[in-house]
Design a protein around this ligand. Structure first.
Ligand SMILES: *[C@@H]1O[C@H](CO)[C@@H](O)[C@H](O)[C@H]1NC(C)=O
Ligand SMILES: *[C@@H]1O[C@H](CO)[C@@H](O)[C@H](O)[C@H]1NC(C)=O
Length: 363
Protein backbone atom coordinates (compact mmCIF):
# COMPACT_ATOMS: atom_id res chain seq x y z
CA UNK A 1 0.00 0.00 0.00
CA UNK A 2 2.60 2.43 1.11
CA UNK A 3 4.76 1.67 -1.95
CA UNK A 4 1.91 2.22 -4.40
CA UNK A 5 1.00 5.61 -2.95
CA UNK A 6 4.61 6.68 -3.11
CA UNK A 7 5.07 5.63 -6.71
CA UNK A 8 2.07 7.53 -7.96
CA UNK A 9 3.32 11.09 -7.33
CA UNK A 10 6.67 10.12 -8.87
CA UNK A 11 5.03 9.01 -12.08
CA UNK A 12 3.07 12.26 -12.17
CA UNK A 13 6.26 14.18 -11.61
CA UNK A 14 7.99 12.35 -14.45
CA UNK A 15 5.15 13.14 -16.83
CA UNK A 16 5.26 16.79 -15.80
CA UNK A 17 9.02 16.87 -16.28
CA UNK A 18 8.72 15.25 -19.70
CA UNK A 19 6.12 17.81 -20.74
CA UNK A 20 8.29 20.63 -19.48
CA UNK A 21 11.23 19.35 -21.52
CA UNK A 22 9.41 19.19 -24.85
CA UNK A 23 9.70 22.91 -25.70
CA UNK A 24 13.38 22.79 -24.72
CA UNK A 25 14.10 19.81 -26.94
CA UNK A 26 12.26 21.18 -29.97
CA UNK A 27 14.88 23.94 -30.06
CA UNK A 28 17.66 21.82 -28.69
CA UNK A 29 21.33 22.43 -28.74
CA UNK A 30 23.43 19.58 -27.43
CA UNK A 31 25.49 21.30 -24.72
CA UNK A 32 27.50 18.12 -24.20
CA UNK A 33 28.46 18.11 -27.87
CA UNK A 34 29.30 21.84 -27.83
CA UNK A 35 31.60 21.28 -24.87
CA UNK A 36 33.26 18.22 -26.41
CA UNK A 37 33.83 19.92 -29.73
CA UNK A 38 35.22 23.02 -28.01
CA UNK A 39 37.64 20.86 -26.03
CA UNK A 40 38.66 18.88 -29.13
CA UNK A 41 39.36 22.14 -30.93
CA UNK A 42 41.34 23.49 -27.97
CA UNK A 43 38.98 26.45 -27.59
CA UNK A 44 40.76 28.60 -25.03
CA UNK A 45 38.59 31.61 -24.24
CA UNK A 46 35.92 34.02 -25.48
CA UNK A 47 36.79 37.59 -26.51
CA UNK A 48 33.91 39.94 -27.16
CA UNK A 49 33.48 43.09 -29.27
CA UNK A 50 30.29 45.05 -29.90
CA UNK A 51 27.40 46.95 -28.34
CA UNK A 52 24.83 46.59 -25.52
CA UNK A 53 23.93 43.09 -26.71
CA UNK A 54 27.31 41.93 -25.33
CA UNK A 55 28.55 44.72 -22.97
CA UNK A 56 28.72 43.39 -19.38
CA UNK A 57 29.45 46.82 -17.91
CA UNK A 58 32.31 48.58 -19.69
CA UNK A 59 30.09 51.66 -19.95
CA UNK A 60 29.91 51.86 -16.13
CA UNK A 61 33.46 53.25 -16.34
CA UNK A 62 32.70 55.83 -19.04
CA UNK A 63 31.24 59.33 -18.96
CA UNK A 64 28.10 58.42 -20.89
CA UNK A 65 24.37 58.30 -20.23
CA UNK A 66 24.18 54.89 -21.94
CA UNK A 67 24.19 52.74 -18.79
CA UNK A 68 22.19 49.91 -17.32
CA UNK A 69 23.81 49.53 -13.89
CA UNK A 70 20.73 50.26 -11.80
CA UNK A 71 17.46 48.44 -11.05
CA UNK A 72 15.41 47.01 -12.62
CA UNK A 73 18.33 45.91 -14.86
CA UNK A 74 19.79 42.68 -13.48
CA UNK A 75 16.52 41.63 -11.84
CA UNK A 76 17.15 37.99 -12.85
CA UNK A 77 20.97 38.14 -12.64
CA UNK A 78 22.76 36.42 -9.72
CA UNK A 79 21.35 38.00 -6.52
CA UNK A 80 19.26 40.30 -8.72
CA UNK A 81 22.32 42.51 -9.10
CA UNK A 82 22.46 45.24 -11.77
CA UNK A 83 25.85 45.05 -13.54
CA UNK A 84 25.54 47.28 -16.57
CA UNK A 85 24.11 44.47 -18.72
CA UNK A 86 21.10 45.86 -20.63
CA UNK A 87 18.78 42.96 -19.77
CA UNK A 88 17.17 41.23 -16.81
CA UNK A 89 19.86 38.54 -16.55
CA UNK A 90 22.82 37.31 -18.54
CA UNK A 91 23.93 38.11 -22.09
CA UNK A 92 24.33 35.58 -24.93
CA UNK A 93 28.13 35.66 -24.51
CA UNK A 94 27.81 34.73 -20.79
CA UNK A 95 25.61 31.80 -21.78
CA UNK A 96 28.01 30.66 -24.52
CA UNK A 97 30.99 30.79 -22.13
CA UNK A 98 29.03 28.70 -19.65
CA UNK A 99 28.09 26.13 -22.30
CA UNK A 100 31.71 25.77 -23.38
CA UNK A 101 32.50 25.16 -19.71
CA UNK A 102 34.63 28.16 -18.76
CA UNK A 103 32.75 30.49 -16.51
CA UNK A 104 29.21 31.65 -15.78
CA UNK A 105 29.86 35.24 -16.87
CA UNK A 106 32.25 37.12 -19.12
CA UNK A 107 33.51 40.20 -17.26
CA UNK A 108 34.02 43.67 -18.68
CA UNK A 109 37.64 44.49 -19.54
CA UNK A 110 37.27 47.83 -17.72
CA UNK A 111 35.85 46.18 -14.55
CA UNK A 112 38.13 47.36 -11.68
CA UNK A 113 37.60 43.98 -9.94
CA UNK A 114 38.89 42.04 -12.95
CA UNK A 115 41.34 39.35 -11.81
CA UNK A 116 44.31 37.99 -13.74
CA UNK A 117 42.64 34.57 -13.99
CA UNK A 118 39.64 36.19 -15.71
CA UNK A 119 41.88 37.07 -18.63
CA UNK A 120 42.36 33.38 -19.32
CA UNK A 121 38.64 32.61 -19.74
CA UNK A 122 37.81 35.70 -21.73
CA UNK A 123 36.69 39.28 -21.41
CA UNK A 124 34.40 41.70 -23.19
CA UNK A 125 35.58 44.95 -24.77
CA UNK A 126 32.04 45.75 -25.92
CA UNK A 127 30.37 49.04 -25.19
CA UNK A 128 26.64 49.80 -25.25
CA UNK A 129 25.64 52.29 -27.99
CA UNK A 130 28.69 51.38 -30.12
CA UNK A 131 28.60 50.19 -33.74
CA UNK A 132 30.66 49.31 -36.82
CA UNK A 133 30.83 53.03 -37.63
CA UNK A 134 33.11 54.78 -35.11
CA UNK A 135 30.97 57.88 -35.47
CA UNK A 136 28.07 55.98 -33.84
CA UNK A 137 30.04 55.40 -30.62
CA UNK A 138 31.34 58.97 -30.68
CA UNK A 139 27.75 60.28 -30.60
CA UNK A 140 27.29 58.73 -27.13
CA UNK A 141 30.85 59.00 -25.83
CA UNK A 142 31.30 55.21 -25.69
CA UNK A 143 34.03 52.86 -26.94
CA UNK A 144 34.44 52.78 -30.72
CA UNK A 145 35.49 49.45 -32.25
CA UNK A 146 38.91 51.04 -32.87
CA UNK A 147 39.14 51.68 -29.12
CA UNK A 148 37.89 48.16 -28.35
CA UNK A 149 40.68 46.79 -30.57
CA UNK A 150 43.18 49.02 -28.78
CA UNK A 151 42.06 47.50 -25.45
CA UNK A 152 42.42 44.07 -27.06
CA UNK A 153 46.07 44.94 -27.73
CA UNK A 154 46.47 45.87 -24.03
CA UNK A 155 44.87 42.53 -23.18
CA UNK A 156 47.46 40.71 -25.31
CA UNK A 157 50.28 42.55 -23.51
CA UNK A 158 48.85 41.55 -20.08
CA UNK A 159 48.40 37.98 -21.24
CA UNK A 160 51.98 37.71 -22.51
CA UNK A 161 53.29 39.04 -19.19
CA UNK A 162 51.17 36.48 -17.39
CA UNK A 163 51.77 33.26 -19.35
CA UNK A 164 54.62 34.06 -21.74
CA UNK A 165 54.76 34.75 -25.48
CA UNK A 166 54.13 31.21 -26.76
CA UNK A 167 51.21 30.36 -24.49
CA UNK A 168 49.62 33.76 -25.15
CA UNK A 169 49.80 33.12 -28.90
CA UNK A 170 48.19 29.73 -28.39
CA UNK A 171 45.37 31.23 -26.29
CA UNK A 172 44.56 33.95 -28.84
CA UNK A 173 44.84 31.53 -31.77
CA UNK A 174 42.34 29.19 -30.13
CA UNK A 175 40.02 31.86 -28.77
CA UNK A 176 36.53 32.49 -30.07
CA UNK A 177 35.97 36.15 -30.87
CA UNK A 178 32.38 37.37 -30.88
CA UNK A 179 31.21 40.44 -32.82
CA UNK A 180 27.72 41.71 -32.10
CA UNK A 181 26.65 45.18 -33.22
CA UNK A 182 25.10 47.21 -36.05
CA UNK A 183 21.76 48.18 -34.51
CA UNK A 184 22.97 51.56 -33.22
CA UNK A 185 24.53 52.46 -36.57
CA UNK A 186 20.98 52.65 -37.90
CA UNK A 187 18.88 53.59 -34.87
CA UNK A 188 21.19 55.99 -32.99
CA UNK A 189 23.05 57.29 -36.00
CA UNK A 190 21.75 57.03 -39.59
CA UNK A 191 18.04 57.59 -38.91
CA UNK A 192 18.55 60.36 -36.33
CA UNK A 193 21.73 62.27 -37.18
CA UNK A 194 22.00 64.11 -40.50
CA UNK A 195 25.74 63.45 -41.00
CA UNK A 196 25.75 59.91 -42.45
CA UNK A 197 22.30 60.18 -44.07
CA UNK A 198 23.54 63.20 -46.07
CA UNK A 199 26.68 61.32 -47.09
CA UNK A 200 25.13 57.94 -47.97
CA UNK A 201 21.89 56.34 -49.15
CA UNK A 202 20.86 53.59 -46.75
CA UNK A 203 22.20 50.93 -49.18
CA UNK A 204 25.54 52.75 -49.40
CA UNK A 205 25.64 53.01 -45.61
CA UNK A 206 25.06 49.24 -45.32
CA UNK A 207 28.05 48.77 -47.66
CA UNK A 208 30.11 51.19 -45.60
CA UNK A 209 29.32 49.32 -42.36
CA UNK A 210 30.07 45.94 -43.94
CA UNK A 211 33.43 47.22 -45.17
CA UNK A 212 34.18 48.58 -41.66
CA UNK A 213 33.43 45.10 -40.27
CA UNK A 214 35.69 43.57 -42.92
CA UNK A 215 38.59 45.83 -41.88
CA UNK A 216 38.00 45.14 -38.17
CA UNK A 217 38.09 41.39 -38.72
CA UNK A 218 41.28 41.71 -40.79
CA UNK A 219 42.85 43.59 -37.88
CA UNK A 220 41.68 40.92 -35.40
CA UNK A 221 43.19 38.26 -37.64
CA UNK A 222 46.47 40.19 -37.77
CA UNK A 223 46.42 40.11 -33.95
CA UNK A 224 45.97 36.32 -33.98
CA UNK A 225 42.22 35.65 -34.06
CA UNK A 226 41.19 32.69 -36.25
CA UNK A 227 37.68 31.84 -35.01
CA UNK A 228 34.77 34.17 -35.08
CA UNK A 229 31.11 34.31 -34.16
CA UNK A 230 29.38 37.22 -35.90
CA UNK A 231 25.87 38.06 -34.78
CA UNK A 232 23.71 39.74 -37.42
CA UNK A 233 21.42 42.65 -36.64
CA UNK A 234 17.96 41.88 -35.23
CA UNK A 235 14.67 42.79 -36.97
CA UNK A 236 14.94 46.49 -36.10
CA UNK A 237 11.33 47.22 -37.08
CA UNK A 238 10.01 44.87 -34.39
CA UNK A 239 11.62 46.72 -31.49
CA UNK A 240 8.90 48.25 -29.30
CA UNK A 241 10.65 51.66 -29.45
CA UNK A 242 10.69 51.69 -33.26
CA UNK A 243 7.02 50.70 -33.44
CA UNK A 244 6.16 53.50 -30.98
CA UNK A 245 8.16 56.11 -32.91
CA UNK A 246 6.60 55.01 -36.21
CA UNK A 247 3.17 54.76 -34.56
CA UNK A 248 2.59 51.17 -35.71
CA UNK A 249 1.22 48.10 -33.93
CA UNK A 250 3.02 45.66 -36.19
CA UNK A 251 6.72 45.39 -37.10
CA UNK A 252 7.91 48.26 -39.32
CA UNK A 253 8.73 46.50 -42.60
CA UNK A 254 11.04 49.18 -44.01
CA UNK A 255 13.34 48.90 -40.97
CA UNK A 256 13.30 45.11 -41.16
CA UNK A 257 14.22 45.21 -44.84
CA UNK A 258 17.30 47.32 -44.03
CA UNK A 259 18.35 44.88 -41.30
CA UNK A 260 17.84 41.92 -43.62
CA UNK A 261 19.82 43.55 -46.45
CA UNK A 262 22.68 44.50 -44.12
CA UNK A 263 22.87 40.92 -42.79
CA UNK A 264 23.26 39.62 -46.37
CA UNK A 265 26.19 41.98 -46.83
CA UNK A 266 27.77 40.77 -43.57
CA UNK A 267 27.48 37.18 -44.79
CA UNK A 268 29.06 38.03 -48.15
CA UNK A 269 32.05 39.67 -46.42
CA UNK A 270 32.45 36.69 -44.10
CA UNK A 271 32.59 34.34 -47.09
CA UNK A 272 35.45 36.40 -48.53
CA UNK A 273 37.32 36.37 -45.20
CA UNK A 274 36.82 32.61 -44.93
CA UNK A 275 38.40 32.06 -48.34
CA UNK A 276 41.19 34.63 -48.18
CA UNK A 277 42.28 34.37 -44.52
CA UNK A 278 40.93 30.92 -43.61
CA UNK A 279 38.90 32.35 -40.75
CA UNK A 280 36.44 29.86 -39.27
CA UNK A 281 33.33 31.97 -38.95
CA UNK A 282 29.96 31.24 -37.41
CA UNK A 283 27.28 33.66 -38.59
CA UNK A 284 24.43 33.85 -36.11
CA UNK A 285 21.10 34.69 -37.70
CA UNK A 286 19.50 36.54 -34.80
CA UNK A 287 17.15 38.23 -37.29
CA UNK A 288 15.31 34.98 -38.06
CA UNK A 289 15.50 33.73 -34.48
CA UNK A 290 13.81 36.85 -33.07
CA UNK A 291 11.29 37.04 -35.90
CA UNK A 292 10.35 33.38 -35.36
CA UNK A 293 9.91 34.01 -31.64
CA UNK A 294 7.66 36.97 -32.41
CA UNK A 295 5.61 34.95 -34.92
CA UNK A 296 5.35 31.73 -32.89
CA UNK A 297 6.02 32.67 -29.25
CA UNK A 298 4.39 29.53 -27.80
CA UNK A 299 7.00 27.30 -29.46
CA UNK A 300 9.61 29.04 -27.35
CA UNK A 301 7.60 29.27 -24.14
CA UNK A 302 7.03 33.00 -24.68
CA UNK A 303 3.83 35.04 -24.42
CA UNK A 304 4.43 38.78 -24.87
CA UNK A 305 6.14 39.74 -28.11
CA UNK A 306 5.24 43.37 -28.68
CA UNK A 307 6.16 45.31 -25.55
CA UNK A 308 9.08 45.30 -23.15
CA UNK A 309 8.91 44.17 -19.51
CA UNK A 310 10.17 47.50 -18.09
CA UNK A 311 7.66 50.29 -17.44
CA UNK A 312 5.04 50.73 -20.17
CA UNK A 313 7.25 48.58 -22.42
CA UNK A 314 6.76 50.93 -25.36
CA UNK A 315 9.55 53.50 -25.05
CA UNK A 316 11.75 53.05 -21.95
CA UNK A 317 15.35 51.80 -22.07
CA UNK A 318 18.52 52.75 -20.16
CA UNK A 319 17.99 55.89 -18.07
CA UNK A 320 14.26 56.12 -18.82
CA UNK A 321 13.73 52.59 -17.45
CA UNK A 322 15.57 53.47 -14.21
CA UNK A 323 13.61 52.52 -11.08
CA UNK A 324 10.44 51.55 -12.95
CA UNK A 325 8.27 48.59 -12.08
CA UNK A 326 8.43 45.59 -14.37
CA UNK A 327 6.25 42.75 -15.55
CA UNK A 328 6.18 39.89 -13.01
CA UNK A 329 7.89 37.31 -15.24
CA UNK A 330 10.41 38.51 -17.84
CA UNK A 331 10.90 34.95 -19.11
CA UNK A 332 7.51 35.24 -20.86
CA UNK A 333 8.70 38.31 -22.82
CA UNK A 334 10.80 38.69 -25.97
CA UNK A 335 11.84 42.22 -24.94
CA UNK A 336 13.14 43.33 -21.56
CA UNK A 337 12.96 47.05 -22.35
CA UNK A 338 11.81 48.88 -25.48
CA UNK A 339 15.04 47.91 -27.28
CA UNK A 340 16.78 44.94 -25.64
CA UNK A 341 15.79 41.26 -25.48
CA UNK A 342 15.23 39.38 -22.21
CA UNK A 343 17.67 36.76 -20.92
CA UNK A 344 15.15 34.18 -22.12
CA UNK A 345 15.35 35.52 -25.68
CA UNK A 346 19.14 35.77 -25.36
CA UNK A 347 19.28 32.08 -24.40
CA UNK A 348 17.49 31.22 -27.65
CA UNK A 349 19.96 33.41 -29.60
CA UNK A 350 22.92 31.83 -27.75
CA UNK A 351 21.64 28.37 -28.73
CA UNK A 352 21.58 29.48 -32.37
CA UNK A 353 25.12 30.85 -32.02
CA UNK A 354 26.32 27.55 -30.57
CA UNK A 355 24.79 25.57 -33.42
CA UNK A 356 26.53 27.89 -35.90
CA UNK A 357 29.77 27.49 -33.93
CA UNK A 358 29.42 23.71 -34.00
CA UNK A 359 29.10 23.83 -37.79
CA UNK A 360 32.07 26.17 -38.11
CA UNK A 361 34.32 23.97 -35.96
CA UNK A 362 33.24 20.84 -37.84
CA UNK A 363 33.81 22.51 -41.21
C1 LIG B 1 44.66 20.74 -30.18
O1 LIG B 1 45.90 20.65 -29.51
C2 LIG B 1 46.57 19.42 -29.68
C3 LIG B 1 47.77 19.40 -28.76
O2 LIG B 1 48.46 20.62 -28.81
C4 LIG B 1 46.94 19.28 -31.16
O3 LIG B 1 47.61 18.05 -31.39
C5 LIG B 1 45.67 19.33 -31.98
O4 LIG B 1 45.99 19.31 -33.37
C6 LIG B 1 44.86 20.58 -31.69
N1 LIG B 1 43.57 20.50 -32.37
C7 LIG B 1 43.11 21.45 -33.17
C8 LIG B 1 41.82 21.16 -33.86
O5 LIG B 1 43.67 22.53 -33.31
C1 LIG C 1 35.68 59.42 -32.95
O1 LIG C 1 36.36 60.08 -31.89
C2 LIG C 1 37.77 59.85 -31.88
C3 LIG C 1 38.31 60.43 -30.60
O2 LIG C 1 37.89 61.76 -30.44
C4 LIG C 1 38.38 60.44 -33.13
O3 LIG C 1 39.77 60.21 -33.16
C5 LIG C 1 37.74 59.78 -34.35
O4 LIG C 1 38.21 60.39 -35.53
C6 LIG C 1 36.21 59.90 -34.29
N1 LIG C 1 35.69 59.10 -35.39
C7 LIG C 1 34.62 59.47 -36.11
C8 LIG C 1 34.28 58.60 -37.27
O5 LIG C 1 33.94 60.42 -35.84
Amino acid sequence: MLKATMVLPNVKLLILLALALIPLLSNAVDIHQVRQLAAKNNVSCVLVFGDSSVDPGNNNRLATTMKGNFPPYGKDFFNGRPTGRFTDGRLPTDLIAEAIGFTKVIPAFLDPNLKQADLLHGVSFASAASGYDDFTANLSGVLTVSKQLEYFKHYIIHLKRMVGEEKAKYIIGNAIAVLSMGTNDFLQNYYIEPVRSMQYTVEEYEDYLASRMYQDIKEMHRLGITRLVVVGVPPLGCMPLVKTIMNQNTCVESYNRVAFAFNSKIKAKLAILRHTLGIRDAYTDCYSVILNAIKSPKEFGLEETSKGCCGSGTAEYGDTCKGLTTCPDASKYVFWDAVHPTQKMYQIIANEAMMALNDALLR
